[in-house]
Design a protein around this ligand. Structure first.
Ligand code: PLP
Length: 428
C-alpha cells in the first residue's frame, strides 16, 4: 500500500531490510566507489517530503535529493508536465533546432533574473556544466585569462569547475594539473580579494569572480551583509564580471528566487541547476545580453535544455514562484527556531544558520568542530526515519523540499531531539 501521503516516518523493521540488503550487495559489485553514501537507503518511490524504501520503510526527507526536489518529490503538476511533453517531443537538441519549452523557459528565467538589463540564457545539464559555461563565457567576453573564487567554494567536478572549487582535498587529489590562473580568496572577506589584486592577481587580467551567495558544500555559510554588495562594487571598479553560483541556493530555496536578491545584488552571470527542473537534469546560465556575445559554434550542448526538462522546469517555477518560496521563509524560521531551542539543552550544537530552507547546524565538542559526531547524528537520525546530509567540516545540512508542512518541521525536530539525546548517552 502506498502510504506516502502520511506526514510521519514509519520504520517497519531493522535497517537495511532484506530487499534493500540484496540491492546494496549488487551496487557494491558494480558501482563506482567514488560515491559518498551516508546510510543504506535504497529508494522505491517518493512524494512531497516523504521517501519510501524497498522494504516499505517511510522516511521524512530533509535532503530533497541534495537540494533538488524543491517543489517536492514527484509533484503531480511537474509529473503531468513531464508526461505531456514526453508524449509530444523528447529530444531534438536546442543546439541545432528550435522548440517552444526551451524558449519559454529562457523568457521566464530572463524575466526573473535580477537587474534591469536584458538577459540571455544558455542551457546545460548540471551545476558543473553551468559553471564551466560561465567560465568560458567570461574569458571569451573579456579576453582576460584569470578567474577568482573562494576558499571552501564548490562549483562542480569537471576540470574548469573543479579548478574553481576549493572545498575538500579528496576532490582534487590525484587529478592535477588543474586549470592555471585560478586563485582563491577568503570567503566573506573583501580585504582578502583586494590583497590578491595587489599581489598575485592583477585585476586587469581578471575575467570573473565566482561566488556562491551562500556557500553550500562548504558548510552553509551566510556571508557578512557587506560582502556581496562590496564584491559587486569591486567588480564594477575593475570591469570584472561577477558570477553568482546559485546552483544550490537558487530556485526559491532561500526564500528569494535567486539568493543574491537578499543583498540587492545583480550579478553579470547567474549559474543554475539542481532545483531548476525538480529532479530532471537541467542547468542554465542567465547572463546580461551584452555579456553573452559569443558567436554560433563557440559553445553548445546536445542535451542541454532538453524539452522534457524544460517543461518540468516551467511547471516547477510556477509552483515555487511565489507559493513555495514564501513557504520556505516561514518553515525556515520555524526550523531554525526549533534548532536553537534544541541548542539550549545540547551544547554540541555550536551554531544554527541559514536563510529560508537552506539551514546548517554546526556540531562541535569542547569548542572544536567534530565531524565524527556530526556523521553519527546523521546516521542515527536515519535509523529513526529522518534523512539528513552533511556539509562543510562539521555541519548538518537541512535542505528539505520547499513544500514542507509545519507538522513535518515539528516531526523532524522531534526526531532530531531524540537523536541528540541518544548521541549524548554514548555510542549510538
Ligand atoms: N555549484 C554548487 C554551488 C553546488 O552546490 C554544486 C553541487 O553540489 C555544483 C555547483 C555542482 O553541481 P552538479 O553536481 O550538478 O555538477
Amino acid at each position: 500500500m502506498n502510504t506516502l501521503h502520511r506526514a510521519e516516518p514509519h520504520i517497519v523493521g531493522p535497517l537495511p531490510g532484506p530487499l534493500a540488503s540484496a540491492w546494496l550487495a549488487r551496487d557494491d559489485r558494480v558501482m563506482s566507489p567514488s560515491y559518498t553514501r551516508m546510510y543504506p537507503l535504497v529508494i522505491r518511490r517518493a512524494r512531497g517530503a516523504m521517501v519510501e524504501d524497498l522494504d516499505g520503510n517511510r522516511f521524512l526527507d530533509f535532503t530533497a535529493g541534495i537540494a533538488v526536489t524543491n517543489a517536492g518529490h514527484c509533484h503531480p503538476k511537474v509529473v503531468a508536465a513531464i508526461r505531456k511533453q514526453a508524449g509530444q517531443l523528447v529530444h531534438m537538441s536546442g543546439t541545432d533546432f528550435y522548440y517552444r519549452p526551451q524558449i519559454r523557459l529562457a523568457e521566464r528565467l530572463a524575466d526573473l533574473a535580477p537587474g534591469d538589463t536584458p538577459k540571455r540564457v544558455f542551457f546545460t545539464n548540471s551545476g558543473a556544466e553551468s559553471n564551466e559555461a560561465a567560465l568560458k563565457l567570461a574569458r571569451h567576453h573579456t579576453g582576460r585569462p584569470r578567474a577568482l573564487a573562494f576558499h571552501n567554494a564548490f562549483h562542480g567536478r569537471t576540470y574548469g569547475a573543479l579548478s574553481l572549487s576549493a572545498s575538500k582535498p579528496i576532490q582534487r587529489r590525484g587529478f592535477a594539473p588543474l586549470l592555471p590562473e585560478i586563485q582563491h580568496a577568503r570567503y566573506g572577506d573583501l580585504d582578502s580579494v583586494r590583497a590578491l589584486f595587489k599581489t598575485t592577481c592583477p585585476p586587469d587580467e581578471l575575467a570573473a569572480i565566482f561566488v556562491e551567495p551562500i556557500q553550500g558544500e562548504g558548510g552553509y555559510i551566510v556571508p557578512p551583509p557587506e560582502f556581496l554588495p562590496g564584491l559587486r562594487a569591486l567588480c564594477d571598479e575593475h570591469d570584472v564580471l561577477m558570477v553568482a553560483d546559485e546552483v544550490q541556493a537558487g530556485v526559491g530555496r532561500t526564500g528569494k528566487f535567486f539568493a543574491c536578491e537578499h543583498w540587492g545584488v545583480a550579478p553579470d552571470i547567474l549559474c543554475l541547476a539542481k532545483g531548476l527542473a525538480n529532479g530532471l537534469p537541467l542547468g542554465a546560465i542567465v547572463a546580461r545580453a551584452d555579456v553573452m556575445d559569443w558567436p554560433p559554434g563557440s559553445h553548445a550542448s546536445t542535451f542541454g535544455g532538453n524539452p522534457v526538462a524544460c517543461a518540468a522546469a516551467l511547471a516547477t517555477i510556477d509552483l515555487i514562484e511565489p507559493r513555495y518560496r514564501r513557504n520556505a521563509v516561514r518553515r525556515g524560521e520555524q526550523l531554525r527556531e526549533g534548532l536553537r531551542t534544541l541548542a539550549e539543552s545540547h551544547p554540541i550544537i555550536k551554531d544554527v544558520r541559514g536563510l529560508g530552507l537552506m539551514v546548517g547546524m554546526e556540531i562541535a565538542r569542547d569548542g572544536d568542530p567534530d565531524p565524527h559526531l556530526r556523521d553519527r547524528i546523521i546516521d542515527m537520525a536515519f535509523y529513526r526515519g529522518l534523512l539528513l546530509l552533511p556539509c562543510g567540516p562539521s555541519t548538518v545540512r537541512f535542505c528539505p523540499p520547499l513544500c514542507l508542512t509545519p507538522n513535518q518541521v515539528q516531526i523532524g525536530l522531534e526526531i532530531l531531539g531524540e537523536t541528540l539525546a541518544a548521541t549524548s548517552d554514548g555510542p549510538g
